[in-house]
Design a protein around this ligand. Structure first.
Ligand code: SF4
Length: 216
């Protein structure tokens, strides 16, 4: 027996895709679909000989059974697109950020990035490797505060502040710099969390691009 993890883009799927997942679960599994905090469902109890056919049904419906190390670890709340409390378009920004980081880096260890639109923290930004919380940008538009080094379960701990509100349009470049510094400076094989927690509060600021280090 195996299970299939379905990689949805930020937890979004259409009614037709929901029906396909139900069909896969009923036809090849035991009618179960499990939801995860990563906004990706799991279909358990699939016979190994049925995996290929089940995955084909999922892929034909426009979903995937694999994802990059960035896409697999990104979580976003509804954001300004659907929540009146949001200070940023979290889903759209998360998608653009994922594509940007995928274009620049290939990871051997996943990095979890959580984007939440306000301090209610539906996307639990304080327990992500990298957390972004919607906040008014210095210019007054959409923006984020960025925190680093949170974790859950055996890695539990709250993230520490990296930088105060920055414009949403700047997060791709800022996090490209942060991830680049991690890959350049980490001990061989260290996870992002291990690396981030090895830094003092003052050293955390060295992950930022120079102009922001001066302002932080
Ligand atoms: S974190 Fe805030 S903006 Fe995001 S869904 Fe929850 S209440 Fe809405």
């Amino acid at each position: 027996m195996s299970y299939i993890g379905v990689a949805l883009e930020l937890g979004r799927l259409s009614p037709d895709q929901m029906r396909v997942l139900a069909e896969v679960a009923e036809t090849y599994g035991e009618g179960d679909i499990r939801l995860t905090v990563w906004q990706n469902p799991i279909i358990p109890f699939i016979k190994n000989e049925d995996i290929e056919a089940a995955c084909a049904l999922i892929e034909v419906a426009g979903m995937h059974v694999s994802a990059s190390a960035f896409a697999a670890g990104v979580v976003a709340c509804t954001g300004k697109w659907g929540c009146k409390l949001a200070a940023a378009y979290t889903k759209q920004d998360a998608l653009a950020l994922t594509r940007h980081l995928e274009a620049h880096f290939t990871l051997d260890r996943p990095i979890n990035i959580h984007l939440t639109g306000c301090n209610n923290s539906c996307a639990q930004h304080y327990i992500g490797d990298i957390g972004l919380m919607g906040a008014a940008a210095p210019s007054g538009g959409e923006g984020y505060q960025i925190v680093i080094g949170g974790g859950s379960d055996l890695d539990q701990g709250l993230a520490r502040p990296l930088v105060g509100a920055v414009a949403a349009e700047d997060i791709n470049a800022i996090l490209e710099h942060v991830v680049g510094e991690y890959l350049k400076r980490r001990d061989p094989g260290a996870s992002f969390l291990e690396f981030a927690r090895s830094l003092s509060d003052a050293d955390l600021q060295t992950l930022l691009p120079q102009p922001l280090q001066a302002a932080a």
